[in-house]
Design a protein around this ligand. Structure first.
Ligand code: TEU
Ligand code: CA
Length: 556
């Protein structure tokens, strides 16, 4: 018997809502809180335990709410604090929990703190942000921002530069200032007292800046990397432990850090003794196929051996030490069925179910990103005007407008990788704009909504929706899925992703054909077990059909 400690957040499935694209209640084309409240029964039917809400705080929307101008107010586009309270009540009334996004590496440049800070060198808020003198009429160092260009912006008022690891409208908060830390902790406490159930912590690994030395500049890259100076530092760990002591330890929360990094680093953030966070998001699997110069801008199709190597390693290295989180998509990623599966009409449903199986039977807390439960796809926008995302629009300027990358190539990369792929409106039904809005949506609806929408899937017992509902139900009813040990199987197989989970006298056998070819597989032959779930009505001995997924429970 393994020693896994039993807690609710290990037994939960989390559903991520990107509010701007979920449901619009008032026809202005923008999803809002009342839209969420109106669809809580849908989420309850799906069976998820926890909702993670991407930022809903006041924001000028330079980065869709990840640039916050008031941490204790609701964005006007999304509604009011009363709407929030009603939504939270509705979530709790249905036995679900709410996790808020915590974006405190940076604020908006329109936050009152920054408005003050930039006024003068001796303003009391100056040290809330990171200001430095330039070097030789240029910025203080060679760091590039995650959203292209220098990570430093010169401010004319004082002639100094401020640091922004993301857009220039997202100045980094100065965590070295204890007053800033206390402001953040007080704000977190305020939300906890309101009754929320946890935090997803945006780029939390970057809060502990240790020095401002030039970063490594890779082959022809225009800027250096800030990674070594800012990310996963001892200082970051110290701040998180302080946060735990001052806020997190006082409440029963789900905490997930958006840290990325290696399994070894994850084991420090999310160790079983709960000194820092409950779990972290890893991105090694979603960063497969990065281009050495263009980074995420590539059209690499992720193959089974590379995906399996990464995901198995994370499962194995965290086992017995830390809790894992499981995800194939979120608001920064393309649609998982388009990226890892096959979104052609022939295989979309099968491959979406296969990917769900592969992920949900693993050890860790699964995250479902809105629309994933419907098998929603990338929209394949082909005109720049259809895109909204600041990361992509800046990248276009950096690579295409300068003549370095061909426009057609970049468009192909964006169709594969742009964050907008995951941000097209939720497809509710067959009415205009997929029932998302009665107005003009802020970003175009995927034109396939007549075929892919929640209403039709609710009525079809064979839909991706009902398959996800069943996966979630299994997690709630079969303990080996939550607490079993993970053991990789068939690690060299070119088509089949297989593993087992083991707890006491129960063993779970999972096999997924990751490809569109038939794959020989004898794992289930002669086995005396119960089939828990499969995306094919019958299983043929010795074989897995294209994208077939099958899970059997065995008593030993
Ligand atoms: O993302 C952090 C992050 O690392 C992303 O910039 C990522 O590299 C990129 O999206 C991949 O395409 C978080 C949020 O999830 C993201 O939406 C925000 O834009 C970002 O932080 C800044 O707050
Ligand atoms: Ca609205």
């Amino acid at each position: 018997m393994n020693q896994e400690k039993h807690v609710w957040w290990k037994e939960s499935v989390v559903y991520q809502i990107y509010p701007r694209s979920f449901a619009d209640s008032n026809g202005d084309g923008i999803g809002d809180l009342n839209g969420i409240t109106a669809h809580l029964d849908y989420l309850k039917t799906l069976g998820v335990d926890v909702l993670w809400l991407s930022p809903v705080y006041a924001s000028p929307n330079d980065d869709n709410g990840y640039d916050i101008s008031d941490y204790r107010a609701i964005m006007k586009d999304f509604g009011t604090m009363d709407d929030f309270d009603r939504m939270l009540e509705g979530i709790h009334a249905r036995g679900m929990k709410l996790v808020m996004d915590l974006v405190v590496n940076h604020s908006s440049d329109e936050h009152a703190w920054f408005v003050e800070s930039r006024k003068s060198k001796d303003n009391p808020y100056r040290d809330y942000y990171i200001w430095q003198d330039g070097k030789e009429s240029g910025p203080p160092n060679n760091w590039g921002s995650c959203f292209s260009g220098s990570a430093w912006e010169k401010d004319e008022a004082s002639g100094q530069y401020y640091l922004h690891l993301f857009s220039r409208k997202q100045p980094d908060l100065n965590w070295a200032n204890p007053v800033v830390r206390q402001e953040v902790f007080d704000m977190m406490d305020w939300w906890c007292r309101k009754g929320i159930d946890g935090f997803r912590m945006d780029v939390i690994a970057m809060i502990g800046k240790e020095n401002y030395l030039d970063g490594v500049q890779k082959n022809g890259a225009p800027y250096g990397s800030f990674g070594a100076s800012c990310t996963h530092t001892e200082t970051t760990h110290r701040y998180i432990r302080e946060m735990r002591e001052k806020v997190l330890s006082k409440y029963d929360l789900l905490t997930v850090g958006e840290t990325g990094g290696t399994p070894e680093q994850a084991c420090r953030y999310a160790d079983d003794h709960e000194t820092e966070l409950n779990m972290v998001f890893s991105f090694e699997h979603t960063e497969l196929g990065r281009d050495p110069v263009l980074g995420k801008w590539s059209d690499h199709k992720v193959q089974l051996p590379e995906l399996r190597e990464v995901m198995n390693r994370w499962e194995l290295e965290l086992q017995g030490k830390a809790w894992n989180s499981l995800h194939l998509s979120n608001h920064d990623q393309p649609r998982s069925v388009s990226r890892f599966g096959n979104d052609s009409p022939l295989y979309r449903v099968r491959s979406a179910k296969m990917l769900g199986t592969l992920l949900h039977m693993m050890r860790g807390t699964p995250y479902v990103y809105q629309g994933e439960e419907l098998g929603m796809c990338n929209p394949y926008f082909s005109h720049l005007e259809q895109y909204r995302d600041i990361e992509a629009l800046n990248a276009w300027k950096q690579w295409v407008d300068t003549g370095i990358v061909d426009a057609q190539d970049m468009m192909r990369y964006m169709q594969k990788m742009c964050r907008d792929n995951g941000r097209t409106p939720m497809q509710w039904n067959r009415s205009a704009n997929a029932g998302f809005t009665t107005g003009t949506p802020w970003i175009e609806v995927n034109q396939n909504y007549l075929k892919i929408n929640a209403e039709d899937e609710l009525n079809d017992p064979d839909s991706v929706f009902h398959y996800y509902r069943r996966l979630i139900e299994l997690r709630h009813t079969v303990p080996v899925i939550v607490y079993g040990d993970f053991v990789p199987l068939l690690e060299q197989d070119p088509c089949v992703y297989a593993y087992s989970r083991n707890l006491d006298d129960k063993s779970l056998l999972v096999a997924c054909n990751y490809t569109e070819n038939k794959a020989p597989c004898t794992l289930f032959d002669g086995l005396e077990g119960t089939e828990l779930i499969s995306n094919y009505p019958t299983h043929q001995q010795g074989l897995l059909q294209p994208y077939e997924a099958r899970v059997c429970l065995i008593t030993t």
